[in-house]
Design a binder for this molecule. Sequence first.
Ligand code: HEM
Length: 225
Amino acid sequence: MSRPLTTDQPDRTVELDARARAGRFLLARLGSLLALLPVGVWTAHHLWNSLAAFDSPGAWQGAVTGYTSTATAVLTMVLVLGPLLWHTIWGIIRMLRSRPSPDIARLSNVRYIVQRLAAIGLLLFLGAHLWLAWAQPRFFQGRPEPFADIAHEMRHTWATTLVYVLGVLAIAYHLANGLWSFAMGWGITVSKRGLAWAERIAFVVFMALLAVGWSAVYALWRAGA
Ligand code: HEM
């Protein structure tokens, strides 16, 4: 069996078909991996930072919209929005190609359907949130979203408050349930006991994200009075 002469040569001991299959497999798994790291971790961090709204407008501004330099702002944008875009396209393709199985337990089917409904909700929420709170203020008004504006909107426009309450619910469910399906999909939890533990952890993550996210929405609403 021939061996590759240098590391930059393709390994011809592996059939082309198998290599192509492995490449396609990795490409597909990337949509799942990027959802957790960096997108999921960044999202949890973003919700946590938003709690600074309880302290003062300056604290919120620094924690949520502040960057140490323009380079870190650009790098964060590329490293978070790029993977989010990849995951979104991956998710839409999976939604179009897969259907709930009639064989699996009913609760699993409900969770599968809610995961996809949350994904559609997130698509709409993130589109509006990214445009109104990030792109429009930064690129069209030449400054980051001011605390006073978002707090005022949260307090005086009931539709905004409702959209944020539902958006946080969608992200908490989608990310927590996604953590569980990620662990299963990557073979981290395979036994019945492992799956039951993953379910408990996902529930705790769901409650924690909900508590942090809804508290941040409340803090903005309170500050907008
Ligand atoms: C902040 C935004 C988001 C985060 C943190 C996130 C996170 C996750 C995680 C961790 C998973 C589990 C991956 C796995 O099972 O291997 C997942 C699954 C999924 N995501 Fe997202 N997601 C986000 C936004 C979106 C959007 C906008 C869409 C598309 C509309 C989407 C569609 C999906 C779908 C369909 C699945 C299930 C895939 C399957 O089980 O077959 N996600 N997401």
